[in-house]
Design a protein around this ligand. Structure first.
Ligand code: BGC
Length: 759
């Protein structure tokens, strides 16, 4: 490991090839390309050769054995689009393959400051010709349609001609695995080629999905520094440019500019692709790298965290933040998928992962991208309303558990549609954005409707029972327990949702009655309904067990037997791959944090000792089979004072993908966990919370660290925190005064002011 900014690999270990395809993906929130080899591996090695466009989908029918009312008929699925990675170098009629001939040196490196992935090869062909090749790739953050590959080829000991064959291919398939519910199933062949053209040294393939009729094009132009002759070839699925590079130059630069356009965002995929290919291919590669680095330096300036301590952890942390930045959608129709744009796990779907695990980072470190994620939910509100009707509700919005365009894609409702908490999670994230930024205009324009419509669902699915408001037949975040009454997490998030809906209604009615009148007309919200919201949240039933002094996960949870952990062999985890769901549902066993997560999100609801007792209780019976679990346990271990344990859980999150600890990084990186790493530090070790009138910190540095430095934006002010073993310093580098509470003391921190607190 050179340094924390560079993730590298020097091996050609066949067991790591698939994982490294995900690790070395290059993405920009629009397109993502797995770290495949341009020249491919020998056939005997498995590969998932993939290129994805965020939110570009196919509609695939869902077949059920026993289909019941309002089950979704079809689902959207991310598409493995046209492949533009293929480049072959041919010497003496022999294609370069680093698995043949002699490999003198090999490395692959992801440079997280430059935003560039580089593979270096020093290779001797079977006929003794020696080549040094440096291949750089980037998915441009400034030109989102661009995926560029740059070859720097040095002919070490010869000067004969070489041939470079560069192709684009519409012969692509999605990856499927019928035995793993976390991966795609069904049909692999989704795209068919509409046209292939070769004109003015530009190659273009246009393909289309069968059902949704979404169109994608790749338009490719090359630039070569040496004298060459070029011929083109095409088949019904591929276009190829064959460059014969004349002798005379020791070093050859060859650049492949690939422009991806799709019918969801581009009025004409063909002409826009051509125009962009012509204009963007005029930008030298070095310039693209320079602007990429500038773009990233703005990001790192706000987001970077510095830990004095273990370098591997520092690298893991940077990698996770970098991947989030690469993966997040840059337009209002796309969000951030569970696997980013690095693989096909969870079929390119968006989940509650965004709101609860990823948005906190963007809200506090890069709010302009946070806004896009929130607007996405606003944009799909219409479909969420439609889904509420389908589900038999009279009003409100039922956000889909998993989706791309806004329609429910979950075919297993106990661990899908039943997770109504997603409504509360979405409302919660709008409020967090508001409290952190103070941006009430945004809430007015894109938030209020969502907050009211999500609140309505609780009235639809809940009821008053002996004066208490109860919510039956839902599933909480823990998918190892399904369809229960009064899941603590759901009820507490519903309470929060209803409370803020009433509060914002009252505030706006007083301040901007004109707007409330207009909104009432639009969504028919009236005083009477808001008073019902109020009554429901004030009487919300939150399960509590007198004997254990904990919040039970739901009404029946504590009556079940505890899972036999002692006699469960380690190879039987994750349980979901080894037991029927009903077996799992019968026991007290958690896939992931549930009540413990609720105690983090809405911590003022219960006393500290209940939070601590609950932590102790649930920690023993949680498998962490979901990658969303460890971060929540780390944050809450910090909260209850188990700093060593918090550190242990934090480590689990920091290198989850780099070290492939869940064994499925091949299907893509785990974006929620990546957000969780940041949260374990900022919400965990620094104890940050966003309250209504202030932001608070409660620092607890892990024993092994000397120092922790991080920054965040609070109401537009850049706040920098430096935590040492004995003291914490906080500087307000912004322009306005903020209210900050550290431990139990409230400070007013004006511009440029630094405060110092003993830990
Ligand atoms: C988790 C869900 C999560 C999904 C996507 C599942 O394994 O249980 O909570 O939303 O993965 O990351």
């Amino acid at each position: 490991m050179e340094n924390e900014w560079i993730v590298s690999d020097y091996s050609l270990d066949e067991n790591k090839l698939l994982k490294n395809e995900s690790i070395f993906n290059v993405s920009n929130g629009y397109i993502g390309i797995r770290g495949n080899f341009e020249e491919k591996y020998p056939e005997k090695y498995k590969t998932i050769r993939g290129t994805y466009i965020n939110a570009f989908y196919e509609d695939t029918p869902i077949t059920y054995g026993e289909k019941a009312y309002a089950f979704p008929d079809s689902m959207q699925k991310i598409v493995n689009v046209i492949d533009s990675q293929d480049i072959d170098i041919i010497i003496d009629g022999q294609k370069l393959s680093i698995f043949q001939g002699t490999l003198k040196d090999f490395s692959r490196k992801l440079d997280m400051k430059k935003g560039c992935y580089i593979r270096e090869i020093w290779w001797v062909s079977p006929s003794g010709k020696e080549l040094k090749i440096k291949i750089s790739r980037l998915a441009s953050l400034d030109h989102l349609e661009l995926f560029v590959i740059h070859y720097d080829i040095e002919k070490v000991n010869f000067d004969e001609e070489i041939i470079i064959e560069s192709s684009i291919s519409g012969d692509v398939e999605n990856f499927i695995d019928d035995n793993d519910p976390r991966v795609g199933t069904g049909h692999a062949k989704i795209l068919s080629v509409n046209s292939i053209t070769l004109e003015d040294e530009i190659m273009q393939i246009v393909s289309q999905t069968k059902n949704a009729k979404n169109i994608v094009a790749v338009t490719t132009k090359h630039v070569c520094s040496s004298t060459y002759e070029c011929i083109f070839e095409k088949t019904d699925k591929k276009a190829k440019s064959i460059f014969t590079i004349k002798p005379g130059k020791k070093v050859i630069n060859f650049i492949k500019y690939n422009i991806y356009t799709d019918s969801l965002r581009h009025a004409d995929v063909v002409s826009i692709g051509e125009e962009k290919a012509k204009s963007i291919s005029k930008i030298p590669f070095e310039m693209l790298v320079k602007t990429q680095e500038e773009h990233l330096s703005e990001f790192w300036n706000l987001a970077d965290i510095d830990i004095e301590g273990d370098e591997k952890l520092r690298q893991g942390l940077k990698y996770n933040l970098y991947q989030l930045f690469q993966a997040v959608g840059r337009d209002d129709r796309s969000n951030i998928t569970a696997k980013g744009l690095s693989g096909e796990g969870y079929e390119g779907h968006y989940f509650w992962d965004t709101e609860i695990y990823i948005l906190p980072f963007f809200i506090l470190c890069y709010p302009k991208l946070a806004k896009g994620l929130l607007r996405y939910r606003y944009n799909i509100l219409g479909l969420a309303r439609q889904r509420a009707l389908e589900m038999g509700h009279k009003k409100g919005a039922a956000y889909p558990w998993r989706t791309i365009i806004g329609k429910e894609c979950s075919s297993y409702f106990p661990a899908g549609t039943a997770q109504y908490h997603i409504n509360g999670d979405i409302a919660y994230s709008y409020i967090q954005y508001y409290l952190a930024t103070g941006d009430l205009d945004f809430i007015k324009e894109f938030g209020l409707e969502v907050i009211f419509e999500t609140a309505r669902i609780w009235i639809e699915i809940g009821h008053f029972d002996k004066g208490l408001f109860k919510i039956d037949a839902v599933t909480g975040p823990d998918e190892y327990t399904a369809i229960v009454n009064n899941n603590y997490y759901t009820n507490v998030m519903a309470k929060f949702n209803l409370k803020w809906a009433s509060k914002l209604y009252d505030e706006f009615r007083n301040k901007d009655s004109e707007f409330i009148r207009e909104l009432s007309k639009r969504i028919n919200i009236e005083e009477k309904e808001v008073r019902l919201f109020e009554k429901a949240y004030k009487n919300m039933y939150l399960p509590y067990d007198e004997e254990l002094k904990i919040n039970p996960q739901d009404d029946s949870f504590l009556h079940k037997a505890i899972w036999d952990f002692e006699n469960t062999p380690s190879e039987n985890y994750p349980l979901l791959l080894n037991y029927h769901p009903l077996t799992i549902y019968r026991y007290q066993v958690l896939k992931q944090a549930d009540t413990v997560l609720a105690h983090f999100l809405v911590e003022d609801e219960v006393e500290f000792n209940i939070i601590k007792n609950s932590y102790d209780y649930y920690e023993k019976i949680t498998t962490h089979d979901s990658s969303l679990s460890c971060a929540a346990y780390s944050i809450m271990a910090s909260k209850v004072g188990y700093t060593d344990l918090a550190y242990k859980y934090f480590i689990e999150t920091a290198r989850l993908d780099l070290d492939d600890t869940h064994g499925n990084t091949k299907d893509g990186i785990h974006t929620a966990n990546m957000g969780g790493t940041w949260m374990s530090i900022v919400y965990g070790f620094a104890g940050l919370r966003i309250k209504e009138d202030y932001i608070s910190l409660s620092p607890k540095l892990p024993e092994v660290w000397e120092q922790l430095k991080f920054g965040f934006l609070y109401k537009g002010n850049h706040i920098k925190v430096s935590m040492k073993k004995d003291k914490t310093e906080i500087i307000n580098e912004g322009d306005s005064r903020i209210n900050l509470r550290v431990n139990s003391i409230l400070y007013e921190v004006s511009r440029g002011k630094k405060i110092q607190v003993q830990n």
